[in-house]
Write a protein that binds this ligand. Structure first.
Ligand SMILES: Nc1nc2c(ncn2[C@@H]2O[C@H](COP(=O)(O)OP(=O)(O)OP(=O)(O)O)[C@@H](O)[C@H]2O)c(=O)[nH]1
Ligand SMILES: [Mg+2]
Length: 399
């Protein structure tokens, strides 16, 4: 892809919808995907950072006015710069907190989708990680209302969420403070952990202070922080994407490079529960399933999505397996007439190849339902061949 496309859009009635053209792109990607999504308040430089991850100066559209720019969720699939055979999928999301939006739940839906679809979630904010920045993250505290692990009625321990959630990076932009805690130099990660420290006490004030911090700590046990200095002279900041790199602060470029390198080295391929690797194609199914669920007013349920996914993938695996079997047997016809034992042994060989093809793609066929169908359908296919063979063998003998 040479430029990003819209993956999830908002229809005129405010409902989210998946763009067919983006799904078609994902459908073609059979490789595992590392999915990096960026979320955060609007006008905080998210799209700019995503372009840097794509190794480009431009791509995701940047806004130079105070109005929020990115709408819905945009996607850019690029070759992974360091992991051969892997695609890096960048998801740039609509800025949160824009008061012009009618639907107060819209932001939480975008936030939840970013969490659901990514393997690394970048939270982007400006200034410092102060109480205000953390309170603005109320979306984290609402996640369990917007994402269910099992069917809505089943109570699940909160810690279950961790198994499905992405790793977490906090990108602090325009950071001007000294990294110093209680007189000691601190790392960026120590700064983040310091900001996420819980207060002792049980007053409602303390509880309110602790709640978002507890949620971040609980749902995102793998955390990393990058503090970016101001990128350039304030007069130039609106033209960052067209600016000569010499005009951009060296420290800013250093952090940006470190941030990108960390993501390239450490961001994992997206996995579903049970360790099933997500390919571009599966990511497309996931996006559609989650968005359709949210648009219908229901809460996306991870377990149901995995079940829906396994049905689609197993059906496709069954067809792929059958094709292998059928094309093998079709070629065999050119060698007719053959002895019965020869054709039986070829049948066994193609059945094995079909099973291997099926197994490569199948997923969670725990009760062997789809594998049994494959065996049954190949057998049904085989029977007419057998009849032909037997009758040709008879004709052979008569001759
Ligand atoms: N001060 C500052 N400005 C930046 C930084 N990065 C990008 N910008 C500028 O901030 C403006 C908005 O950048 P975008 O990348 O479009 O921000 P965004 O968060 O994607 O904005 P929305 O899509 O509206 O949510 C542009 O003029 C950028 O040039 C940064 O680190 N600091
Ligand atoms: Mg943007």
């Amino acid at each position: 892809m040479d430029k990003p496309v819209c993956l999830i859009d908002t229809e005129s009635d405010g409902k989210l919808c998946v763009q067919q053209s983006a799904l078609q792109i994902l459908q073609q990607i059979q490789q595992p995907v590392v999915v990096v999504a960026v979320v955060g308040l609007y006008r905080t430089g998210k799209s700019y950072l995503m372009n840097r991850l794509a190794g480009q100066q431009t791509g995701f559209a940047l806004g130079s006015t105070i109005e929020s720019k990115t709408k819905g969720i945009w996607m850019w699939c690029v070759d992974h710069p360091t992991k051969a055979g892997t695609t890096l999928v960048l998801l740039d999301t609509e800025g949160l907190g824009d008061v012009d939006k009618g639907d107060s739940k819209h932001d939480t839906k975008i936030f939840s989708l970013a969490v659901l679809l990514s393997s690394t979630l970048v939270l982007n904010s400006r200034g410092t990680i102060d109480n205000k920045a953390i309170e603005e993250l109320q979306y984290v505290t609402e996640l369990t209302e917007y994402i269910k692990i099992k069917s809505p009625d089943e109570v699940v321990d909160d810690s279950e969420f961790v198994k499905f959630f992405p790793s977490f990076i906090w990108a602090v932009r325009d950071f001007t403070l000294q990294l110093n805690i209680n007189g000691q130099d601190a790392t960026e990660d120590e700064y983040l952990e310091f900001a996420l420290k819980l207060k002792l006490g049980t007053s409602s004030q303390v509880n309110n202070y602790n709640l978002p911090r507890e949620c971040i700590r609980k749902y995102f046990p793998s955390r990393k922080c990058f503090t970016f200095p101001f990128p350039t002279h304030p007069d130039n900041v609106s033209y960052l994407e067209t600016l000569d790199p010499a005009e951009i602060s060296k420290q800013f470029l250093e952090v940006t490079d470190r941030f990108c390198q960390f993501i390239f080295d450490q961001s994992q391929v997206k996995n579903l529960k049970d360790g099933y690797t997500v390919t571009g194609r599966v990511l497309g199914h996931l996006a559609k399933t989650y968005v359709d669920t949210i648009s219908s007013g229901a809460v996306p349920c991870l377990e149901n999505a995995v079940i829906a996914m396994s049905m689609i993938e197993n059906e496709a695996a069954l067809q792929e397996g059958l094709e292998v079997y059928q094309s093998g047997m079709e070629k065999l016809k050119n060698s007719f007439p053959l002895e019965l034992n020869e054709i039986t042994s070829e049948h066994q060989c193609f059945t094995l190849m079909a099973t291997q093809t099926f197994m490569k793609r199948s997923f969670r066929d725990h009760d062997g339902k789809y594998l049994t169908s494959l065996e049954k359908e190949s057998m049904e296919d085989f029977m007419p061949e057998l009849v032909v063979t037997i009758s040709s063998a008879r004709t052979w003998r008569t001759l």
